[in-house]
Design a protein around this ligand. Structure first.
Ligand code: SF4
Length: 413
């Protein structure tokens, strides 16, 4: 059986943060329920293609998934369990923003089997939070964190951001120290990216941002401070206690199979990539098409073949049939990755991980050594001290991490 990770997109937020260009919007009355109904239909219909997969992780992301009433979250997970085979130790994460959960909601999450919480804090400085339009202050984060621990969450991630307007090295250090003192199991620390069209981008002249040098210092400070506190960096922007790396995200970097459900969700299964429609009406049409008979004809199955063994025998989502089904049902950017594209992804996604890429795996997957394909790039970066080989692994050096984008782009053939 192949491993599968499931991403479920919940596109609702209390209000839009000023830097946000994610697919999310304000939740209006009744919208959540009808969206969840669509999701349940999509999960049921699409599950028929994954009879030979077992689910190792589920990630409810957004948006603000914690805005959903708890019973709606329960309905989603129940549907996934009905339709998919979950491993006993599956990692099930929900993203949550401070102030959007109660003790009761968190207890319900535990009952539904959610075993990892990812809290979007970004900063402990209330001025910085206000400047980027977050809905919460540090106090409401502390309350959410306390409730999460009391409810029994033993695997908590905290999201942080560097490069915020008005942020100084000293205030960033304070954020890191305060978060470390809470002893979460995982910390993600990304830099703010000014996305075109967002209010922060449009009004950027009104703010003072840390300059490049300060941002680099913040990045280095993150590493020093978190490593001293017992976290290890396992990816460029992600730190974990031993054994607490995010299994779900590692699937993306290691090019495992993942299926995305919901508005705009991305998927990659057996080297076929696609995206769900971005608009609500298009998404609804996509689900309806999946339910139509035409889909069953393409896949060669019938409504009555609901039992898992029968599906496994008959369904093999590869090649044109699967891609054609995706196109017919309104999925966007359906792409069957060429061997060259697979090699490129193998390198630039795998090099994001501190452990780097496994050169023997490269040869096993592609029938060629990495040196045959990327000999020039590898030896040039080794000479410059940006890449280092250790046994069968090739990874970025600390200097390589600093210029990782340059290294990654060199692996695009
Ligand atoms: S909470 Fe997240 S998804 Fe929602 S608006 Fe803010 S940044 Fe965007």
């Amino acid at each position: 059986m192949r491993d599968l990770s499931i991403y479920i997109h919940i596109p609702f937020c209390v209000r839009k943060c000023l830097y946000c260009d994610f697919l999310s919007g304000l939740a209006r009355g009744g919208e959540m329920e009808s969206y969840v109904n669509l999701l349940l239909r999509e999960i049921k219909k699409q599950a028929i293609f994954y009879g030979d997969h077992r689910v190792i992780s589920i990630f409810l992301g957004g948006g603000t998934p914690s805005l959903l009433p708890a019973w709606e979250t329960g309905r989603i997970l129940e549907r996934v369990r009905e339709e998919f085979l979950l491993t006993e130790d599956a990692e099930i994460t929900i993203e949550c923003n401070p102030g959007t959960v109660t003790a009761e909601k968190l207890e319900n999450y535990i009952t539904y089997g959610i075993n990892r919480l990812s809290i979007g804090l970004q900063s402990t400085d209330d001025g910085e939070l206000a400047r980027i339009g977050r809905i919460h202050d540090y106090g409401s984060f502390l309350e959410t964190y306390r409730l999460a621990r009391e409810a029994g969450f033993r695997n908590v991630n905290i999201d942080l951001m560097a490069g915020l307007p008005g942020q100084s090295l000293a205030s960033y250090r304070k954020t890191l120290e305060r978060v470390v003192a809470l002893s979460p199991e995982h910390i993600s620390a990304y830099s703010l990216i000014l996305e075109e069209g967002t209010p922060l981008y449009v009004n950027q002249k009104e703010y003072t941002f840390p300059d490049e040098e300060e941002e680099r210092e913040m990045y280095e400070l993150t590493g020093r401070c978190l490593e001293k506190a017992g976290f290890h960096r396992y990816e460029i922007s992600n730190y974990a206690r031993e054994g607490r790396e995010c299994r779900h995200n590692k699937v993306y970097w290691c090019r495992g199979d993942y299926a995305g459900f919901g508005l705009g969700a991305s998927s990659m299964v057996r080297n076929v990539r696609w995206k769900n429609p971005d608009g609500q009406a298009d998404y609804a049409a996509c689900v309806e098409k999946m339910e139509a008979d035409a889909l069953n004809r393409v896949a060669g199955i019938t409504e009555t073949e609901t039992d898992r063994t029968a599906r496994m025998k008959k369904i093999c989502p590869k090649g044109m049939d699967f891609a054609e089904m995706l196109r017919q049902t309104g999925r966007r950017e359906v792409q069957i990755l060429t061997t060259q594209e697979q090699m490129e992804e193998f390198m630039f996604l795998g090099l994001r991980l501190t452990e780097g890429v496994d050169l023997q795996d490269f040869q096993r997957y592609f029938g060629k050594t990495a040196e045959e394909v990327y000999g020039e790039q590898i030896s040039s970066f080794e000479k410059q001290g940006l890449l280092k080989r250790e046994g069968r692994r090739l990874r970025l050096t600390p200097r390589g991490v600093d210029v990782s984008n340059v290294v990654f782009s060199a692996f695009l053939l």
